[in-house]
Write a protein that binds this ligand. Structure first.
Ligand SMILES: [Fe+2]
Length: 282
């Protein structure tokens, strides 16, 4: 399989940090190619199928690998360094879907009342407000801002329903970050990211990760909350048609909720990403 230069030059999550230990190799797969992860004197490293050393960086409780020559540094999540926050890696979920489909689903608010009923949404509060979405040319990222949505149970720590404010950010082809009203500190954001490992064009591993102001909720409860959400998404993701994400706009009239997805697809196409994408209309 030929891998597009832009796909080779990107950073991908390859494992949670906790899965890469001293003394033995952890095998995994990126873009259909075998990768071995190691840790030597605390430092993570990786080799490709041909035993070539790969570029590695370790941040946000994950080991990140670039299969080729990185064209930029790994994106920053400045909130991660903010005092008082707690980083919460939420496990790894294998999904039989395109890695790009997993990101697209994470960006879609309209499905909340129907798929995450009673948690992230509920009828009749199904309307998505007018919000701002654009490709930020300086950052070379997709941003959606000024989204508000009615949520019955926005997070483990939320007491009752809230009108939640959202911002979405796509800083890398298979990573999306959600900034969401922090119930405990309304001036701050809870940060919920999905780091998607592209195993093949139609399989991936989602590594949800959060940094939040919440000292009280046990780690296991936070992980269980995110796993509940992601398992609700899985059946949808595994039945998408077409399986790969089409990058060319279709004939349908987009709704307000689709605007982030459209910007994401446009941005992927502009950057030349192809892995997990359907480039020609079926
Ligand atoms: Fe969902």
């Amino acid at each position: 399989m030929t891998i597009a230069p832009a796909d080779r030059a990107a950073w991908y999550p390859a494992a949670p940090s906790s899965a890469v230990t001293e003394g033995h190799a952890t095998p995994t797969v990126l873009l259909g190619e075998g990768v071995a992860l190691f840790r030597t004197d605390g430092v993570a490293a990786a080799t490709g199928a041909d035993r070539r050393a790969l570029a590695v960086t370790e941040r946000y409780d994950h080991v990140w690998v670039c299969p080729g020559t990185p064209d930029r540094a790994l994106f920053a999540i400045p909130e991660a360094a903010m005092p008082g926050r707690r980083a919460v890696p939420c496990g790894s979920i294998h999904v039989r879907c395109s890695p790009l489909r997993a990101v697209e689903n994470f960006l879609d608010i309209a499905h909340f009342p129907f798929i995450h009923t009673g948690i992230l949404g509920e009828e009749p509060h199904t309307e998505v407000n007018r919000y701002d979405v654009r490709i930020d040319d300086d950052l070379d990222e997709v941003w959606a801002r000024n989204i508000t949505f009615h949520q019955p149970q926005a997070s483990v720590s939320a007491e009752g329903a809230l009108d939640v404010r959202y911002e979405y950010r796509v800083p890398a082809p298979t990573t999306a970050i959600l900034y969401k009203t922090c119930p405990a500190r309304p001036a701050e954001w809870d940060v919920i990211a999905i780091f998607v490992q592209p195993v093949s064009e139609e399989t991936c591993i989602a590594h949800p990760w959060m940094t939040m102001f919440d000292d009280a909720t046990p780690h296991a409860d936070m992980v269980a909350f995110q796993q509940t959400i992601f398992l609700q998404d899985r059946s949808i993701l595994e039945n998408q048609i077409p399986a790969r994400l089409p990058l060319d706009p279709g004939m349908e009239v987009p709704t307000q909720a689709d605007l982030t997805s459209i910007a994401y697809r446009r941005w992927l196409k502009r950057r030349g990403h192809a892995h997990g994408a359907q480039l020609v209309a079926a």
